[in-house]
Structures are given as structure tokens and as C-alpha cells.
Design a protein around this ligand. Structure first.
Ligand SMILES: Nc1nc2c(ncn2[C@@H]2O[C@H](COP(=O)(O)OP(=O)(O)OP(=O)(O)O)[C@@H](O)[C@H]2O)c(=O)[nH]1
Ligand SMILES: [Mg+2]
Length: 203
């Protein structure tokens, strides 16, 4: 199967939403706690190693990083939230810029919320889901680093997250994911492509 994300190219890094380029077309944003694996997920999805910068140290991605697929379609890698080591002033700046981005970016059609499958649904993740819901944006939760769990632990993480979301009336879809081991990555690519190109959010 052809990978629709393999043509991704680095476009720009923006310290502010205003520097992101024209607000046209459609884009998906990758969000989540620091070190959860957002940038690694973009590399796995595109199958382009080193496209998005990753690091063992939290706080690697520090700007809104835009990857273009074509003139109309983009993926956006965002800095992680919830990292206490980042100075307060920087966190505040980021909080404001991210809020502005989530509230006002017309091209944003949905969020891919990356959570470590061993530590899902922290307070900051709930806040992100709520912000998303308020704007009526669909979200897909990827429970990543699933390679670090046994099969039964993976299933239990998936069940727990689905149950917690249902309990809170959150309609986000949930999938297991690993950047290092293929876990139905073609299925994920097809789902994300349908969302980005055809406007069909994951169910
Ligand atoms: N085993 C395993 N390690 C992963 C996986 N995804 C990411 N990692 C590792 O987790 C660390 C953080 O990954 P990043 O992709 O840089 O995380 P990020 O969410 O972009 O982090 P920030 O940009 O700092 O917010 C790196 O050491 C990755 O190699 C995965 O699926 N499995
Ligand atoms: Mg990153």
C-alpha cells in the first residue's frame, strides 16, 4: 500500500502561530505531554527517519513545526506540555501560543493526542481533550510506546482509556501505537488520510 504521508517535507518552525504561514487548507496537529512520542509518531507515520527531531530528553520540540504534504495539507508537530523543567516564563508563552493555535487556526481539522500507553489521560491530556471538544474538533488518541507493554497490558490500557473517555462523554477514538514496532500502521495511515483529505474523522 502506498504511504500517503511519505511525501511529507519540513516546511518551517514557528515560534508563534502568526509565523505559521497562511491559514488555508487542512492540517492535523500532534499534541501530548513532553516526551510522549509525538515527533517519533510523525517519523513512523511518514516513514522518514529524522524528519521530526526526537530526543530522550523531554522538551525537544520547542516551536510549532510544520510539515507539508502538498500545498493544501500539513502535519504539525507541537511542543509537549506538562514538562516541569521548562522555565515558567517559557511555559506561559507556550500555553498562550498553543491556546491561540487551538482556538483560532481555521486549517486545524483535528488533533492526534499522543499518550504513553503506560501513563495515559493525565490532567493536561483531559484539558487538551476538553479544549478540542469545545471547538468541535475530532481527536484520535494514540497510546504509544505499546512495545513496552505485554499484549494483555496493551489490551487493558486500551480498554481503560476507552472506558474513561466514555464515562466523561468524550468521543475520541483510541488506538494502540508504537514508533518502533509496526502495529497496524497501514490502518492508521488510511484512517489519518481519510480524516485529513476527505474530512472523515476516526470513529
Ligand atoms: N520504545 C519506544 N520508544 C519511543 C516510542 N516513541 C517514542 N519513543 C522514545 O521516547 C522519547 C521521546 O520521543 P519524542 O518523539 O522525541 O517525544 P515528543 O513527544 O516529541 O517529545 P517533546 O518534543 O519533548 O515534547 C525518545 O527517546 C523516543 O525514542 C515508542 O513507540 N516506543
Ligand atoms: Mg517532539
Amino acid at each position: 500500500m502506498k504511504n500517503p504521508f511519505n511525501r511529507a517535507r519540513f516546511a518551517l518552525s514557528a515560534p508563534r502561530m502568526g509565523d505559521m504561514g497562511p491559514d488555508v487548507g487542512r492540517e492535523l496537529a500532534f499534541v501530548g505531554r513532553s516526551n510522549a512520542g509525538k515527533s517519533s509518531a510523525i517519523n513512523a507515520l511518514t516513514n522518514i527517519g529524522g524528519l521530526a527531531r526526537t530526543s530522550r530528553t523531554p522538551g525537544r520540540t520547542q516551536q510549532l513545526v510544520v510539515f507539508t504534504l502538498d500545498d493544501e495539507h500539513r502535519l504539525v508537530d507541537l511542543p509537549g506540555y506538562g514538562y516541569a523543567q521548562v522555565p515558567m516564563a517559557v511555559r506561559e508563552h507556550w500555553g498562550q501560543e498553543m491556546e491561540r493555535y487551538f482556538q483560532h487556526r481555521g486549517a486545524l481539522v483535528g488533533l492526534v493526542l499522543i499518550m504513553d500507553s503506560r501513563h495515559p489521560l493525565k490532567d493536561s491530556d483531559w484539558q487538551m481533550l476538553e479544549a478540542c471538544g469545545q471547538r468541535g474538533l475530532p481527536a484520535l488518541c494514540l497510546l504509544t510506546k505499546a512495545d513496552k507493554l505485554s499484549r494483555s497490558e496493551q489490551q487493558s490500557s486500551l480498554r481503560q482509556v476507552r472506558a474513561a473517555l466514555a464515562e466523561h462523554g468524550q468521543r475520541a477514538a483510541v488506538r494502540l501505537f508504537s514508533a518502533t514496532r509496526p502495529m497496524d500502521i497501514d490502518g492508521l495511515r488510511a484512517e489519518l488520510a481519510a480524516w485529513l483529505y476527505e474530512g472523515e474523522p476516526p470513529a
